[in-house]
Every structure is written in structure tokens, then in C-alpha cells.
Unconditional design. Structure first.
Length: 521
């Protein structure tokens, strides 16, 4: 804090650091608070949104109810850089600290050492805000920062970044006493390994309880092992949704890096809770078929993530696949290919990660019973063609595994022999993923499904009988170059599950069987 005589009046200035958000990236914001002589008032400049402008009333009441007088004179708050939009109530706390410093409430310059993130209630309590994890990641780049002050509600999430000290604060009075050296706030830490080990997905949905469906369960195992997209076609009640929901029990555990990536997305979306600071399970999203295109890919006034990005590192389950809006379905094509989604609006361009596994389910026709042994289909040929046409060929081409799910027979339902448990299947999947992590170490590729053309040529070589079989399938099924690559990727995963270094003829044969829609549709 320093004083400058200007025009016969006293000008007091303080600069406090905070963090703004744009997409998933944080940027440092200098909150400049200037108190000058003139008509009382408080102006906030620097491209603030309505939520930021409203902070002046919250700050005014919070200071007063914390036993501090609101400074007299004309107050100008500048949020620099002024050319980037600032949103949310996260600037309440830095503005209040700036006012305390500029008005002489703080007795030294220690406040300059910290970064501040938090909303204020009218009684001065510090509340939690969204986007804490990416904000702290941005704040750690400040070389001279002594720590970051957040609410107790956000402390666990902030402490996931252990390179910068985190100090949880109760209220404005608590912060003032801490900055003045009158009280001590201990650095907050979390046991990251304990959080990773914690499993939150309900364990009652086990593959051992699924009777029959041996081919479908095998397809799900391959999809989970290689991160492959999958579509299930079958009549109503055949078990497509039940199988998809048990997929969460066999997907491999996320690494800490993957958990941080997904947690960042949920943090900016406001979907984290104080008792769940880190996503420990792979996301499983199941949007209703009425979801809009913006709801799927993201967007809105502040360019928030959509369902595709919320499924990053996890599963996006789309039941009744043809019932989704045509534009919504087609919006999946670029993220499925590139593993990211780009949202461009007048206000800016944001890129969100979208490396998800698509699992879709659909009926074979509008009534659902085309090809079913137990009930007769009532649809006309034109209705069936029109229904199948709702899912475009280019979109189907991007789905690695096509599987037909038929009704379970009565004998299978009465079978007393217990199927393999999710834990047993998951162990094989974990082993296959370990093989893939070693194979792609240092390349940025996470699974077989994400292999580039160069990596396919390197790791999916076939010869002899396997090559002849693949050539025959390519010509007979009229596969596209993309479908050809996906057959090889699936075959590579099948070989990994069997711990085979080479792709054999039987691996190719099984992978070709999972292109049923190339034969039927």
C-alpha cells in the first residue's frame, strides 16, 4: 500500500492477485483497487460480467458485517488484463482484501504474497467457487506467490496441486487477522493416494449377475480394454442398458493424471462437491435423447463443457441412439476422431478434451422387433429404412464394435452357474491396458483406440492367413479405410487380452465379427 497526493486529495492504491477462467485455462488477474476523493461510489472495470459487477454489494455488506467500515470516497476496481472477460463471484474476496489494504486495515504488505479466490456472503463468510483446480494450477506459475487463500469448502480441491501452499479461510475477519500476523492458518493438505483408492461407483451392479449375453459381455470387455466405441442393436428388454451400466465396473482405474484432467472439467462445470474433490472413477454420462447440440458439445454464454467433455476419460452412453436430434448425432463425429471438441463463438474459441468411449444402444426398427424370434415386427420396409437412416454412415464408420444383443433364453435365465465377476474381467482389462501404456509410453496415445495411422502400421502388422482373411473381409463388406483401421485396432486389443505380441488370424476373425452393421445396414 502506498499513498500519493493527487489534486489536493488522497489517493490510495492496492493490487491483489486472483485468477480468472476461460474454458479450462486460468489466467492471472491483478485486482487494482483505487480509493480517491470524490463522490462515494464503487465502479468495477476490466470487462466484468454481471456476476462480477454485483460483487460490490456483497463486498460492501461483508466488510460492514465483519466489523470494518466501508471506505469513503470514490472507489475504482480494475481487473487487469482489461481485454479478457471476467466472470463469476470469484473476485469478491480479492476485491475485499484490496479494499482492506487500500484503506489501511492491513498493517503490512504481506497481502501481496498471496492469491485470493472466493465468494463472500453478506456476513463476511468465504464461500466456495467453481473452477478451483484449474485456477490453482494457473496460480502455481506465479514464482513469488507464498500461497493461495480459498474457502474451507474448496480447500481439498485446491490442495490437489501440492506445489503451492493452500490456506483455508473462514471469513474476512479471519483473513485480516492472518495477514496482520495475529492468527496462524495451517497449510491444508490432502492424502491424494487415499482419494485415488476410494471407489464411489455402486458395487451392486456386477457382471456376475448377468445371465447369458456371453457375446455381448465379450464385446464390452474388448471395448473397455482398448477404449473402443461400441454400439448394441437389439429388441426392447434384451438387456442393452443393463449391460452398459455395468461397464463402469470393468473399466480400468484412472491414473492420477487422468483423474486431474476429468476433475478440471467437472470443477469448471460446478459438478464437484466438497466431499468429492477428486474424481476417482471414470465418468459415466447418460444424457436423455432430448439433449440439444449445445448440451452435447458445450457452449452457452460462458462456453461451458457439454456431455462429450464431461465424459472425458470415461463413457458416454446414448440409449435410443436414433432418437437423438440429427445435428446432435453428427456433432459427435469430430470429437470421436480427434479426442477434443472446439467451440467457436463471437466471444471466443474454447477447446475442451473429449477422449471418451461412446457406447450406444438402439432398436433394429421403430417397433423394436425386427428380426426378433418371439414377436412379429409391425414396421413397413420404408419405416425400417428411414429409422436406420437416422444414424449416418460416417458416424457408424467411427464406431469400432457393432454387436447384436438378442433376448436371453429361458434356459439361460434359469442357469445356476455364476458368470465371471466384474473384478475378474477387470483384471484382464487392467493387464491389457498396462501393455498398452508400455507400448505408447511418451507418445500421448492412451489406448489402442487412439492409435494414429503411423502407430497402426507399427503395431498392427498382419501377414499370412490373417492378411488374407482381412483382405477378403475388406472386399466383401466394402469396408472404408477408416473401418479397415478400426478392425486392426480391435484385433490389436483382442491380442493384448490374450497376451499375444502378434495379431493372429483368430484375432482378425473376431474383430471382423464386430462389424455387423457393415453387413446389415
Amino acid at each position: 500500500m502506498f499513498d500519493v497526493v493527487f489534486g489536493g486529495g488522497m489517493v490510495l492504491l492496492a493490487v491483489v492477485r486472483s485468477v480468472g477462467m476461460f474454458g479450462l485455462e486460468g489466467f492471472i488477474v491483478d485486482v487494482e483497487v483505487d480509493i480517491s476523493s470524490g463522490l462515494p461510489g464503487l465502479d468495477i472495470v476490466g470487462l466484468p460480467t454481471a456476476a462480477v459487477k454485483e460483487s460490490k454489494e456483497r463486498v460492501r455488506a461483508a466488510l460492514r458485517n465483519s466489523g470494518m467500515e466501508f471506505p469513503l470516497g470514490h472507489i475504482t476496481v480494475n481487473l487487469a488484463p482489461a481485454d479478457q472477460r471476467k466472470e463469476g463471484p470469484v473476485f469478491d474476496l480479492p476485491i475485499a482484501v484490496g479494499l482492506m489494504a487500500a484503506s489501511g486495515r492491513l498493517i503490512n504488505d504481506d497481502y501481496k504474497k498471496f492469491v485470493y479466490l472466493g465468494e463472500l456472503s453478506l456476513d463476511g463468510t468465504v464461500r466456495g467457487v467453481t473452477g478451483i483446480l484449474p485456477s490453482v494450477m494457473a496460480a502455481q506459475e506465479i514464482s513469488d506467490a507464498a500461497g493461495i487463500i480459498v474457502s474451507a469448502e474448496n480447500a481439498d480441491e485446491a490442495a490437489l496441486v501440492d506445489t503451492i501452499p493452500v490456506f483455508p479461510a473462514k471469513n474476512l475477519g479471519h483473513i485480516a487477522d492472518f495477514l496482520n500476523g495475529q492468527v496462524k492458518i495451517d497449510r491444508h493438505t490432502v492424502d491424494i493416494q487415499a482419494l485415488i483408492r476410494e471407489k464411489t461407483t455402486p458395487s451392486h451392479e456386477d457382471m456376475a449377475d448377468v445371465q447369458g449375453h456371453f457375446k455381448a459381455k465379450r464385446a464390452l470387455e474388448i471395448a473397455a480394454a482398448g477404449g473402443h466405441n461400441l454400439i448394441m442393436i437389439g429388441p426392447p428388454g434384451s438387456g442393452k442398458t443393463m449391460l452398459a451400466r455395468r461397464l463402469a465396473q470393468i473399466t480400468p482405474q484412472m491414473s492420477f493424471e487422468e483423474a486431474l484432467e476429468s476433475t478440471k472439467i467437472y470443477s469448471v462445470s460446478g459438478l464437484l462437491t466438497s466431499d468429492l474433490p477428486l474424481l476417482t472413477d471414470r465418468p459415466f454420462r447418460s444424457p436423455h435423447h432430448s439433449v440439444s447440440k449445445a448440451g452435447m458439445i458445450g457452449g452457452g454464454t460462458f462456453l461451458k463443457p457439454g456431455e462429450i467433455s464431461l465424459s472425458h476419460n470415461g463413457v458416454l452412453f446414448m440409449d435410443e441412439f436414433p432418437e437423438y436430434n440429427k445435428d446432435t448425432l453428427e456433432s459427435l463425429r469430430q470429437p470421436m476422431e480427434d479426442g477434443r471438441v472446439c467451440i467457436s463463438r463471437v466471444t471466443g474459441r474454447v477447446e475442451y478434451p473429449a477422449r471418451m468411449m461412446l457406447v450406444a444402444a438402439m432398436n433394429p426398427c421403430p417397433c423394436g422387433y425386427y428380426g426378433d424370434d418371439s414377436r412379429e415386427c409391425t414396421c413397413t420396409p420404408m419405416q425400417i429404412v428411414r429409422y436406420k437412416g437416422r444414424v449416418s454412415g460416417p458416424l457408424l464408420d467411427r464406431i469400432d464394435i457393432h454387436i447384436e444383443v438378442s433376448r436371453v433364453k429361458y434356459q439361460e435365465l434359469q442357469e445356476s452357474k455364476r458368470s465371471e465377476s466384474s473384478a475378474e474381467i477387470r483384471q484382464r482389462i487392467e493387464n491389457a491396458r498396462l501393455t498398452q501404456r508400455k507400448r505408447f509410453a511418451g507418445t500421448g496415445t492412451h489406448s489402442n483406440a487412439g492409435m494414429s495411422s503411423r502407430e497402426i502400421r507399427m503395431y498392427c502388422q498382419v501377414d499370412g492367413q490373417a492378411a488374407a482373411l482381412l483382405k477378403g473381409a475388406f472386399e466383401k463388406l466394402h469396408l472404408s479405410a477408416r473401418a479397415y483401421s478400426r478392425v486392426l485396432k480391435v484385433a490389436r486389443t483382442i491380442a493384448d487380452l490374450q497376451e499375444n505380441e502378434k495379431i493372429r488370424r483368430e484375432h482378425i476373425a473376431e474383430a471382423i465379427q464386430y462389424r455387423s452393421m457393415d453387413r446389415i445396414y
